[in-house]
Design a protein around this ligand. Structure first.
Ligand SMILES: CC(C)(COP(=O)(O)OP(=O)(O)OC[C@H]1O[C@@H](n2cnc3c(N)ncnc32)[C@H](O)[C@@H]1OP(=O)(O)O)[C@@H](O)C(=O)NCCC(=O)NCCS
Length: 172
């Protein structure tokens, strides 16, 4: 595995935004399940990335940026709740490693960094949703997540192809 580092980012400059956008587009077009279905262009993904970055800019959320071999290799977002009853929980969104670097342990390194950053912020649990039919829940189960439920047919990847949203959770 290339030397990896995961850092918490709360301010995203234009250069990093461009790297995040390129990564998300490439991951989606390689078949990744991060909010879109291939094919996408930067114009499709940019508004969703910018909404994510608004939450980061507000201080509620934090971006976890993976670097490997000196470059941006992937990222995930940790989203906090505005409810006072849910301040001990974080939601993990948009977990992705660039397709050119997948399968080398970097996804595991990214998630270990996400868990460290979440624990440092005082969160006690993290939750996330995985798209059914992709098998990716096995990745999370290998990292200590338990499947806690499913929302049947919540994700319509195409007309006639509805997938469950698999809900996973892990204590930190
Ligand atoms: C999911 C993802 C982040 C994993 O990153 P990665 O760098 O490929 O994963 P790693 O090499 O660290 O793999 C860690 C372990 O998870 C397993 N694993 C990884 N991806 C898997 C998948 N899609 N399905 C099942 N198991 C998987 C690996 O086999 C490995 O198992 P091991 O520890 O027993 O050897 C990456 O494949 C990705 O970005 N996918 C596209 C985006 C996506 O769909 N994200 C999920 C959003 S819910």
């Amino acid at each position: 595995m290339p030397a990896a580092d995961v850092r918490a980012v709360t301010t995203v400059d234009d250069a990093l935004r461009a790297e995040l956008l390129a990564c998300w587009v490439d991951v989606t077009n390689a078949g990744g399940a991060v909010g879109f279905v291939a094919p996408v262009t930067p114009a499709d993904v940019a508004p969703v990335l910018d909404r994510l970055l608004e939450g980061v800019g507000s201080g509620r959320d934090v971006l976890c940026v993976l670097t490997a071999g000196g470059g941006t290799a992937g990222f995930a977002a940790l989203v906090g709740s505005s409810s006072p009853l849910r301040r001990h929980w974080g939601t993990v969104l948009r977990v992705q490693v660039h397709p050119s670097l997948q399968g080398r342990g970097l996804g595991r390194a990214l998630m270990e960094g996400v868990h460290r950053i979440a624990a440092d912020r005082g969160w006690e649990f993290v939750t996330l949703g995985a798209r059914g039919g992709t098998g990716v829940e096995a990745f999370y189960k290998g990292l200590g997540y338990a499947e806690v439920g499913r929302v049947p047919g919540a994700v319509r990847v195409a007309p006639g192809d509805d997938r469950d949203e698999i809900l996973l959770a892990r204590a930190l």
